[in-house]
Design a protein around this ligand. Structure first.
Ligand SMILES: Cc1ncc(COP(=O)(O)O)c(C=O)c1O
Length: 441
């Protein structure tokens, strides 16, 4: 596609947008890719830029049902044309949505509070946990992100908050079974990681800080999507509960079918006390939520009025219902499991031929490809991850990278991803891996 330059200043329209962004929004607004993409349209798993170039979206989990799904857009438009208000009036949509959504969880999780962002949901979850336990102390992992409010930023180990960390947070190692702690395996590895949780609780006790609970993404998505050592969650949350703490599962990335099951926590068999939802919940419309055991939310609500002007408004709930309808009617959870497995096999085949791939991890349609400069030492290769992500962008495939070492290719396509899409992804990645490795030699 031709690149259009402004004849007066020689800048491309992309350069102009970047300059305007800097001028109006200030520095530090993150942009993906060395040459950022200017998107103007989305449909299904495809995105189109301002020059008409199409990209296969292998990154975006928010439009879980596919970009601009007609049924979601229709539900949004119909309700927006009829009524939208804050949530201090009676309306059926919030109740219909609560019934449908709560029906997808264990019976013990029977209350819902709605908000607009994952950060707000986590903020509320922390307050509910702290109120109910009377504690302050929280455990999170040492390579995570849970959102951007002042309280939630305290949990962010990927970006240290400018205020620094207060006394009420303890970070434990995420349960990595690839670069396994002390090269342990099986039960011994699960025990070693879970033991850190026990020690963190002890350290709160020693500091006179009452313990409130532990918050983790149940699939440790931001940490790099590890294969969690079997039994880890059982053991870690066992320590948490023995000490009177609560388990908060942050399902903001893991939920709504992403893993080939409805919820990320399901496979561990450990039911959270509180869990939070966001990103895919409205397929792009800002809606998030906290789901909790009834008594926890009720106790909190009796003491504190939680009001969120937009949280749970009739339009958001109409969108939320439409998203559930589409996931169910189009069999997207099952699709995530079957196509996810197909993609994983494709990546494993690439791993057998490309030395740079140290480990391939997948849960439904969520993948992490761990790149290494040496398979023996498992030395993370963040430089190649960056080159590969940028090169794929120029080959029409969008993805990103994550992990403690920033060396894990991160892929989470919309849940309507097909085997045909998978073939294109795997063959293009094959090419790009070959090119990048050839240049390393
Ligand atoms: C696991 C997790 N929790 C919470 C959040 C925050 O969600 P939001 O950006 O909607 O506030 C994020 C955002 O990336 C996330 O990855």
């Amino acid at each position: 596609m031709p690149v259009h330059r402004n004849l007066a200043n020689g800048m491309t329209s992309t350069d102009e947008l970047i300059a305007r962004r800097e001028r109006l929004l200030g520095p530090g607004n993150p942009l993906f890719y060395d040459e950022p993409v200017h998107l103007v349209r989305g449909e299904g798993v495809w995105l189109t830029d301002n020059d008409g170039t199409r990209y296969l979206d292998c990154y975006n989990n928010v439009p879980c049902v596919g970009h601009c799904h007609p049924r979601v857009v229709d539900a949004l438009c119909k309700q927006a044309a009829l009524l939208n208000t804050h949530t201090r009036y009676l309306h059926e949509n919030i109740l219909d949505y609560a019934e449908r959504l709560l029906g997808k969880f264990d019976d013990s999780l029977d209350r819902l509070a709605l908000a607009c962002t994952g950060s707000e949901a986590n903020e509320l979850a922390l307050r509910i946990a702290r109120f109910n336990t009377g504690g302050e102390g929280l455990i999170c992992t040492n390579a995570t992100y849970h959102g951007n409010t002042a309280a939630v930023s305290q949990l962010n180990s990927i970006f240290e908050p400018f205020e620094g960390y207060g006394d009420s947070i303890r970070m434990v190692s995420w349960p990595d079974s690839y670069r396994a702690r002390d090269e342990l395996e099986g039960d011994a590895l699960a025990d070693a990681y879970a033991n850190e949780v026990r020690l963190a609780i002890e350290s709160f006790n020693e500091s006179g800080i009452k313990f409130a609970g532990m918050i983790v993404c149940p699939i440790f998505a931001n940490e790099g999507l590890p294969n969690v050592p079997e039994g880890y969650m059982d053991k870690a949350i066992g320590y948490v509960r023995d000490a009177g703490g609560l388990y908060i599962a942050d399902e903001v990335q893991a939920g709504f079918g992403r893993t080939g099951e409805w919820w990320g926590h399901s496979s561990s068999g450990v039911i959270p006390d509180i869990l939070t939802l966001g990103k895919p919940m409205g397929a792009g419309h800002p809606i998030s939520g906290v789901i909790a055991r009834g008594e926890l939310l009720d106790n909190y609500r009796r003491r504190e009025m939680y009001f969120n002007t937009y949280g749970g408004n009739p339009v958001s709930c109409a969108v939320g219902l439409a998203v559930l309808d589409v996931i169910e009617d189009e069999g997207l959870v099952e699709n995530a499991a079957t196509v996810g497995n197909y993609v994983l096999q494709g990546f494993q085949e690439l791993q057998s031929r490309h030395e740079i791939i140290g480990d391939v991890r997948g849960r439904g349609l969520f993948f992490g490809i761990d790149l290494v400069s040496d398979r023996e030492t498992k030395q993370p290769d963040a430089g190649s991850a960056k080159r590969i992500v940028n090169e794929l962008r120029h080959r029409g495939i969008l993805m990103s990278k994550i992990g403690e070492h920033d060396n894990v290719l991160k892929l989470r396509p919309p849940l309507c991803f097909s085997k045909e899409n998978a073939d294109l992804l795997v063959s293009t990645l094959d090419d790009v891996l070959g090119n990048v490795q050839a240049r390393l030699k």
